[in-house]
Design a protein around this ligand. Structure first.
Ligand SMILES: C[S@@+](CC[C@H](N)C(=O)[O-])C[C@H]1O[C@@H](n2cnc3c(N)ncnc32)[C@H](O)[C@@H]1O
Length: 396
């Protein structure tokens, strides 16, 4: 009994040492090559994520996982500490330097703001904004507890940026947008970088955009997944609850006949053989994901708060309403519900993409223009929104 207790105490003290857990996580992120620069690595090693997640055990705080901290009544997450691996990708894209003035939209727990404060140092400045006043209040508490009280936290709709603090060298959004608010461009210095989870219809991408006068031009695009921006610029991006923990997102989510979709999902799907598509933890990934999202009107994006029950977390698919057919691209298999028509359409689009040279995200170019001013680009896609126009194309 005594021995058993000693073993337990010894094991638990090893298991919960936050510094060791944190360093082990950073080692994994380095091996995965998502942490690449010494500055981002050092910041992740210093800032204690568990202090920003007081209701989460350290062993969980140092997993490479998103940790949801608030939910809407319908079960939709409304605030979280983002997955460290995604944070690292975005921070590398942001290319922060000591002395930079940075604005973050989406303070959440305050953890990302603290990591950025480590990188920009005492000569820099970090301002972070959250639309939920109670979230902003908690961020202030966490930042103070971790020793970063000089990060400014504001409760406001970050869609309008923070005009009083402008200009900024860097702006980062940690909530996904379809329509990029013009205020973010205007509050960025020329040559400054905006990193934003941008939804090209159903496909969420972390895009690093460089300001060039009135236009923002992409310099790096990666896959990501994010909860949606709310407030004045969130309306372009509806999330529709289907019940049973399922949600539909994307600009046309409002138009999808939910009874048909629900009825199809209640059936037993059939596996679609001979179709190999790139998938990652966010669903359909890479260039094919973008091509489908932009080219195929029937594309849908479904996510669930009950992944055990549905066998996926986020899944892209193709819905053919007249043919009563749904094809889902799950991580383990491509499956079809109802008739085969949606799978045939997916196959045809995949063949087109292969014939065009299987372009990946490294060849995807995105430009953000003032609303109504983007030129139509032959072979590209133009999405017009209230705040800005989004132009995208594959290069070469
Ligand atoms: C993924 S969480 C942010 C994670 C955070 N950066 C961290 O390190 O914990 C997204 C946050 O964006 C906030 N948000 C959504 N729309 C917003 C808006 N228009 N302005 C400011 N914050 C917003 C949400 O309230 C939520 O807390």
């Amino acid at each position: 009994m005594r021995w058993g207790m000693m073993v337990y105490v010894a094991m638990s003290s090893v298991a919960v040492d936050p510094d060791k857990l944190r360093n082990a996580l950073v080692d994994r992120l380095r091996r995965a090559r998502v942490v690449r620069s010494p500055a981002v690595e050092a910041a992740f090693r210093r800032v204690p994520r568990h202090v920003f997640l007081p209701n989460t055990a350290p062993v969980d705080a140092y997993r490479d996982d998103v940790i949801v901290t608030r939910w809407e009544p319908d079960g939709l997450p409304s605030s979280s500490s983002s997955q460290p691996g995604i944070m690292a990708i975005m921070l590398e894209q942001l290319d922060l330097r000591p002395g930079h003035r940075v604005l973050e939209i989406g303070a959440g727990t305050g953890y990302n703001a603290a990591v950025m404060r480590e990188i920009v140092g005492p000569s820099g400045r970090v301002v972070t904004v959250d639309i939920q006043p109670d979230v902003a209040r908690d961020a202030v508490t966490h930042l103070a507890a971790a020793g970063y009280s000089d990060v400014a936290v504001l409760a406001a709709d970050g869609g309008f940026g923070h005009p009083e603090g402008a200009p900024f060298d860097r702006i980062i959004a940690t909530a996904g947008v379809t329509d990029i608010p013009p205020y973010w461009r205007d509050q960025l210095v020329n040559g400054g970088i905006l990193v934003v989870p941008l939804r090209l219809r159903t496909q969420c991408l972390s895009v690093a955009l460089v300001r060039d006068g009135d236009v923002l031009r992409s310099r790096e695009v990666e896959c990501c997944g994010f909860m949606h921006l709310r407030g004045a610029f969130g309306a372009a991006d509806p999330v529709v609850s289907m019940g049973d923990g399922l949600f539909l997102s994307g600009p046309r989510a409002d138009d999808v006949p939910l009874d048909l979709l629900g009825g199809l999902l209640a059936q037993t799907p059939r596996r679609v053989n001979g179709l190999i598509v790139p998938v990652n933890s966010f669903g359909l990934g890479g260039g094919l994901g973008v091509y489908l999202a932009l080219q195929e009107p029937g594309v849908v994006d479904i996510f669930t708060t009950e992944p055990q029950r549905w066998g996926f977390h986020t899944v892209s698919g193709l819905l053919d309403v007249p043919a009563r057919s749904l094809c889902l691209i799950r991580r383990d298999a491509v499956v079809v519900y109802g008739t085969d028509r949606a799978a045939d359409r997916l196959r045809a689009r995949a063949v087109e993409w292969v014939e065009m040279g299987q372009m990946g995200l490294d060849r995807l170019r995105i430009e953000i223009w003032p609303s109504g001013r983007a030129p139509d680009r032959p072979g590209g896609w133009l999405l017009r929104h209230r705040g800005s126009d989004v132009v995208s194309w594959f290069d070469g």
